[in-house]
Design a protein around this ligand. Sequence first.
Ligand SMILES: [Mg+2]
Ligand SMILES: [Zn+2]
Length: 269
Amino acid sequence: MIALLPGFLLKLPRCTLLTSRRALTQGSCEQKYLATFDFDLSIIEEDSYMAVTRLLPPDQRTKKLYGQIQESGWIAFMQQVLETLHQQHGIGAAKIAQQVREVPAVPGILGLLRRLAAQRAHIDMHIVSDANSFFIEHWLEAHQLTNIFAGVHTNPASVDCNELLQIMPYEQQTHCDLCPPNLCKGGVMANLMAAVHVPYKRIIYVGDSCNDLCAIVALRPGDIACIRCGEELHAKLPAHEHQLRCELLHWRDGDDLEQQLFDDCLRNL
Ligand SMILES: [Mg+2]
Ligand SMILES: [Zn+2]
């Protein structure tokens, strides 16, 4: 326990604990569910970085620009986009927030999130995302969802005195080959599992892309990985099924996901 403490404390400032009061007041004996969501293409219907990059004029949205995601990583790419918007086009944090707030939700997902939130006595809800705290918090606020998540685990962001948005890595990890250096989602899941006195009854993880793979590898037998049909991970999953202990659920939109979850693992709520 003592050995785990420094790492746990290091991660605390990077997790926005929106409703930590709830965690402190919940009953200590009940086995709860954990519902964990990726953000881009799992809650919102577009990659948030693509929506923000569209603020650049078309002639600056080049293959070379997008190639930097592979070359230098997502955070360095995003920071260059943000600096170009700021320095060359006078676009700062307020306009970026507005752009993100207008990204549509995955069809039907708002209904599912609100139905899960109505069961907050029995379900802890978290977001684990490689986007950033600024995008996520603004989008949640625009959809009156700020208070339903117990935690948002993502790259922290801040706005400087000149209205320039700056994104920092959640962590600098070298232990996991499945994840980028700035965020190991499986590590976040392990921390969430270790943070409760009574193990979760079942864990639900909702994701769409290969950066969700590590999180679902961390799931236990009986837990459920909800993989979105038609997106990146769905196509690549057969190659990784031997690594998984959890059950798989395939979903198209929020209505479909809600029906499958409440017909099966959540039917007794
Ligand atoms: Mg995603
Ligand atoms: Zn990982």
